[in-house]
Structures are given as structure tokens and as C-alpha cells.
Design a protein around this ligand. Structure first.
Ligand code: SAM
Length: 257
């Protein structure tokens, strides 16, 4: 397919059949599964998904790819030429009978909002996604390190997160400036009695200034004064920084506050 690659759409395509099959295997896709792909590109991953899944719905923003994708003649795939980030979730989900899985070599410029879109309120049960290596490391990071932040806490709140493979930049065309990794996020039941949206706002507040202590970041949260926050943090070392709190500790503190 003659194609003018568009950097603004994060177009770095894959061609290696073994790698494409391996990504689909990482997603644990079977003939029972309905799959959402974000960013069909030239359809290399879509072809493998089409063989392995019951049904594939593949979004692509770049309409210049339309004729090439339609000429692939994929039997189980429906292509939608629209912006997957702007498209309302309800409209995307009209394509599926029930639950579905997301498998995608994501456009890097919108990785985080796409992850949040499908991790939070969607009917997707898992996301198997190619992301920049640094983002993958932030997603799976444990407390205490420099990679640990809002993305780690929230991904691990919603899902079991695992890097299933690391992918060298040379596997893409055009070759990007960074290496990648495939991450699988398998959604898990949420802890009872926790409002996910409020918890996210709380975690963001805790990390608002990484260099500040947790106590200082929390001053003003729900109108609390410094003395009140210090009182609520009685179980913790007052000098503790947000990156030193585990997910369980964030949940404990959130419930207490
Ligand atoms: N799946 C192909 C592959 O693995 O070779 C292409 C992956 S490429 C990294 C990302 C694709 O996402 C590009 O084809 C790009 O045009 C498309 N894309 C970028 N932004 C998008 C959006 N908001 N909605 C849907 N597709 C988008």
C-alpha cells in the first residue's frame, strides 16, 4: 500500500508476523472474543485479530487508509473511520453484544487518555496495548521508585498490570525515537465502597507536587487545614512523599479522609 506516513497521528506500523501473532496471544484472544482495535494503520494487526477473534471493530482516524483497509476483505472486521478518543464510549460499545477486549498498537500521542477511557467506565475486560517503554514502566511501577505516579496507582486500582513483551524500535516503520512494550491490563473488581472518580481526584491531589510531602499536598483537600491533615496522617511518617505510598495505603487513607 502506497502511504504517506503521518507523524501527527503517531503512525509507526508493524509488519513482523511473528510479533503481531505474539501480541494477539498476549491478549488471550479466542474465537469467543469481540475485540476493539484502536488505530488500524495498514491493517497488519487487524488481519491477525480477524483470524483469531469472533468479531473485530477497528477504528482509524486517517481516511487515506480507508481504501487499502477495505480491500483486505476481512470477514469478521468492521472498520470505523473516526477519532476513537472523541467518539462517545456508548457509540463505540453499540458495536459489541456484551464485554469485549481492547488490543492495539496505540498512537503514542494519546496513550494516557485512551487508557483511561477504556480502563474506567467501559465494558472492556482487558486492554493489551503497545505503548512507549517508559509509559509501560510507569504503568507497572511499584511504590518507592521514580516511575511511580498517578498512572501506576490508577492502572493498578482498576487492573492487574503486566508487561508481556518488550519491543525494539527497529520493529516499526518508520522507526520511532523510542522503544516500546506491550502491556496487558486485566480489569479486576473494584474495592467495595470506593467511588472511583473521587479516588482518582484524591490520588491526583496527593501527587500534585511530587517534591512536596503528602501532608503538604493534601492541605486544602475537602477544606482540611494543615493541622487536620496531620491528624489524619497520624499512622504515617509526616515526611512521607506520595511516591512512597502503596495502592493499599492510598485506599486506606482515602477511606479515612
Ligand atoms: N495497528 C497498526 C500497526 O500495528 O501497524 C498501526 C499502529 S500506529 C502506532 C497507530 C494508528 O492509530 C495509526 O494508523 C493512526 O493513524 C491511528 N490513530 C491515531 N490517532 C487515532 C485516533 N484518535 N483514533 C483512531 N485512530 C487513530
Amino acid at each position: 500500500m502506497e502511504h504517506k506516513f503521518k507523524k501527527q497521528f503517531g503512525q509507526n506500523f508493524l509488519t513482523d508476523t511473528n510479533l503481531l501473532r505474539a501480541i494477539v496471544s498476549d491478549g488471550e484472544i479466542t474465537k469467543e472474543d469481540e475485540v476493539l482495535e484502536i488505530g488500524a494503520g495498514a491493517g497488519a494487526l487487524t488481519k491477525v485479530l480477524d483470524e483469531r477473534a469472533k468479531k473485530v471493530v477497528s477504528y482509524e482516524i486517517d481516511t487515506s487508509l480507508e481504501s487499502g483497509l477495505l480491500s483486505l476483505g476481512l470477514k469478521n472486521t468492521k472498520f470505523v473511520f473516526a477519532d476513537a478518543l472523541k467518539e462517545p464510549l456508548e457509540k463505540i460499545e453499540e458495536n459489541f453484544e456484551g464485554q469485549y477486549k481492547v488490543v492495539a498498537n496505540l498512537p503514542y500521542y494519546i496513550t494516557t487518555p485512551l487508557i483511561f477511557k477504556f480502563l474506567t467506565y467501559s465494558r472492556a475486560t482487558s486492554l493489551t496495548i503497545m505503548v512507549q517503554k517508559e509509559v509501560a514502566e510507569r504503568i507497572i511501577a511499584s511504590s518507592g521508585g521514580k516511575d511511580y505516579g498517578v498512572l501506576s496507582v490508577m492502572c493498578q486500582f482498576y487492573a492487574e498490570a503486566k508487561i508481556t513483551r518488550r519491543v525494539n524500535r527497529a520493529m516499526f516503520y518508520p522507526v520511532p525515537k523510542v522503544d516500546s512494550a506491550v502491556v496487558r491490563l486485566t480489569k479486576k473488581p473494584l474495592p467495595q465502597g470506593v467511588d472511583a472518580q473521587k479516588f482518582e481526584a484524591f490520588v491526583k491531589k496527593c501527587f500534585s507536587m511530587r517534591r512536596k510531602t503528602l501532608a503538604n499536598n493534601l492541605v486544602g483537600y475537602q477544606g482540611y487545614s494543615k493541622a487536620e491533615i496531620e491528624n489524619l496522617l497520624a499512622d504515617f511518617d509526616l515526611k512521607i512523599r506520595p511516591e512512597n505510598l502503596s495502592l493499599e495505603q492510598f485506599l486506606h487513607l482515602f477511606k479515612k479522609i
